[in-house]
Ligand binder design. Structure first.
Ligand SMILES: Cc1ncc(COP(=O)(O)O)c(C=O)c1O
Length: 386
């Protein structure tokens, strides 16, 4: 390995969301918020040092050089040939989803999500006074599939105007296949349901990810695709995402809403970080993926051997593990308390992702393997005492 994925960090008192919470539980380790306990690529750190040396932290836009590297990254890593003017920068994917909700729907319109799913989707619907419409995923052995019959029924309701797709899917770890994405998009388009495709986890995969518009030129007229450097390179704090919009009319609407929302420039530090990330760091992505895969394999083997009552779902993408812990017989509050205060593991509780997550736990496994190993030993010990 060329890069360091083993050093155990201490991010206390750095303002980190997940470490702030863990300061109330000093003996617990955070496996919660989806950022990594691995430093970003050294090439990015170097680019930012040079940028800082310049001493100008001024209003910054996504000019041509920035657009060129995003374009060539999408071509190289995702076989997607975009035009540079399809790129819009927002202060994050969550901001973009909220902007899209305001741009493409009206108050009271229905927006479909496939639960359990990343909970800010529900917030973007509720906070903007749209109607949350759930089409829960279906558990299928050790994995999940989409409920296409349910989707057909909901999409046929003219009040439902949008679907927010999580692809790859947080928290269940699916990388949707070409067939699944095609079926979903065809149903949405037949029924005039606009798709916001959140593909932020698109580089963290074991199986092939398809950017939605690459599957069919028609899809490009009915969707926006949310991407970012942030999740891939652990630089979410730089607050920039690249929203790709192939259709000119959709671009116009989105741009108008961006202006209304006051998003006119990008974080100046994200500029050099993105350029370095997308031009010098492909090998870091590959090593990062190898480490996530190794951690997942370790977790899977450990649970099968020592804690078979905990059911781990298959993972095709993301660095998140989705565990059904309902066999422990604890309600959600008791499970959360058990994980944090007895096992020293701060999770994202499953119920945050919708009722379908009751009894579940999501663990961020982008951590040095020694940290995961210690956590699992503690979990085993405490479960034996139950
Ligand atoms: C599916 C998904 N979308 C968006 C985000 C956050 O995006 P951002 O930090 O760019 O707002 C996350 C973070 O975990 C995520 O899992």
């Amino acid at each position: 390995m060329k890069y360091d994925f083993t050093t155990v960090p201490n991010r206390k008192n750095t303002g980190s969301f997940k470490w702030n919470f863990s300061s109330q539980h000093p003996s617990a380790f955070p496996f919660s918020v989806a950022d990594m306990e691995w430093k970003t690529a050294p090439q990015i750190i170097e680019a930012m040092k040079q940028f800082a040396e310049n001493g100008f932290f001024c209003y910054t836009g996504a000019e041509d050089a920035y657009r060129s590297v995003v374009k060539s990254f999408l071509q190289r890593r995702h076989s997607w040939n975009i035009e540079k003017d399809w790129i819009f920068c927002t202060p994050g994917v969550v901001a973009a989803v909220n902007t899209a909700v305001r741009a493409f729907t009206k108050e009271g319109d229905g927006i479909i999500i496939q639960t359990p799913v990343y909970y800010p989707f529900a917030n973007s619907i509720n906070n903007n006074k749209r109607k949350l419409v759930k089409n829960p995923l279906i558990k299928d052995g050790s994995t999940y599939k989409m409920d296409f019959d349910g989707l057909r029924r909901l999409a046929a309701d003219p009040q439902n105007k949008m679907l927010i797709l999580c692809s790859p899917h947080n928290p269940v770890g699916r990388v949707w296949t070409k067939d699944e994405l095609t079926t979903l998009a065809d149903i949405c388009i037949e029924n005039d349901v606009f798709i916001v495709s959140d593909e932020i986890h698109f580089d963290i995969t074991r199986t092939k990810h398809f950017c939605l518009p690459t599957l069919n030129a028609e899809y490009a007229k009915h969707c926006i695709v949310c991407t970012a450097v942030s999740k891939t390179f652990n630089i979410a704090g730089l607050g920039t995402s690249n929203i790709i919009i192939p259709d000119a009319d959709i671009r116009k609407n989105f741009e108008n809403q961006l202006t209304t929302d006051g998003y006119t420039c990008i974080n100046c530090c994200s500029y050099p970080a993105t350029v370095a990330a997308y031009t010098q760091c492909d090998d870091w992505i590959d090593e990062m993926n190898a480490n996530v895969d190794a951690n997942f394999a370790f977790l899977d083997a450990f649970l099968k051997e020592n804690l078979p009552q905990i059911r781990l779902f298959d993972r095709e993408g993301t660095y998140l593990a989705w565990l059904d812990m309902s066999a422990l017989g604890l309600d959600d509050a008791a499970l959360e308390d058990f994980m944090i205060n007895r096992c020293g593991i701060i999770p994202d509780p499953g119920y945050w992702f919708g009722d379908e997550g009751n009894g579940f736990t999501r663990l961020d496994i982008a951590v040095p393997q020694s940290v995961l190993q210690d956590a699992l030993f503690r979990l085993e010990e405490e479960i034996k005492k139950l």
